[in-house]
Structure formats: C-alpha cells, structure tokens
Design a protein around this ligand. Sequence first.
Ligand SMILES: [Mg+2]
Length: 215
Amino acid sequence: MHRLVLFDLDNTLVDRQSALSDAVTALCRSRTLSPGADHWLRTELADRATINDFARLRDTFGLDASAADLWQEYVDLMAATVTCRPDVLEGLARLRAAGWTIGIVTNGAGDIQRAKLNATGLADLVDGAAVSGDLEIRKPDLRLFELAASRCGVSLADGGWMVGDNAAGDIGGGHQAGLRTIWLRGRPWPDGLPDAHHVVDDVTDAIAILLNEME
Ligand SMILES: [Mg+2]
C-alpha cells in the first residue's frame, strides 16, 4: 500500500539552532568579525538565512569580502556542522523498509538546504525534496507540498502525512494539502489554526506513530 510522509527539515529532522550557533562562531573566527557582528548574525539568521543577509552584514559592518564569499563560507560551515541524529536516520530507514515514501518540504535557500541534506545523509534516505528558495514559494503554499509529492513520484490526492515544528507552515500547510499532521511542539500554538492530528516532543515519536499506522 502506498503511504506518503513529508517531513520539514530545520528543527524537525536536523537541529538547525545548534548548527547555526556553531557556524556563526566559526565564521566570526575565520573572518575576525566583531562581537557586534556575531550578535547581529545570531539575531538576523535566527529563522532563516539567505545571501541577502550577508550583503547586509557586509554593508552594516564595512566588510571587504563579497556577500557571495561570505554566504558560501556560511553554507559550507552549516553543512559541516549540521547533523541528523542516528536514531532519526534509523527511523527513516525503518519507514522506508516498511514501504513508506518519504519526502522533504523545506523553506530555505536551495544551495544550503541541499548541502544539509547531502551532509547529513538524509539525501540518500528520501525519495524527493522541495525547497522553497528554488521557486520563490514558501510553506504553507500548497504548490510546495505538491512539488514535494511529485518529486517523490506520488500525488497528494492519495493522502499522506506532514511532520514539522512550524505551526502555520508545516501543520497549517499540511492541513491545506489534505495531509494528516504531526506537530513537534515548541513555540506556542497560534490562534485560529486547525489542530494537528498528533503532537509530539521529538521526531522519533512521530516516526513511531507512522510505523504504528501500518498495523
Ligand atoms: Mg522547521
């Protein structure tokens, strides 16, 4: 039987926050940036990062390096520091072995999200990925979910699941896409959104729910 599950990437399958912290520390050391620039980066990149942030960094702190060079170093540092826990990788492998089709639907720049998927080994465990930066559309836009499904060779019309930590983007978007949803609890739940079907503390709990669905 066909079963589709789409996962968010940042702070669902990988811990973006700790990778970000390590990458900013390393970048500031490598470029001998001031504590002010370090603080600025941690604030500005807290939710997302693009090359435009590094153009602003350059202007704000009068750096000589080009935005492209700074961005590339940041991408490389994130790829080097980000990890996917072994128990999460093992859980995904179990899902695949049980016949699940696994996709990634992620908001972010294409180059950095792909670098993370490759560096963590996730690229080998998923059937397809849709990255918002490639198309200038972001979750909760239905089209990004449709793209993820089609890259997995399946259709949203056949249903499936969405797992993520962002209430509006992942759970609201998943609901709009006709998927059942599992929310990784974190930030407060916003008013006016339909409830997730399940709420868990860790993505391995979500994987356990999906494996149970098979029985
Ligand atoms: Mg997330």
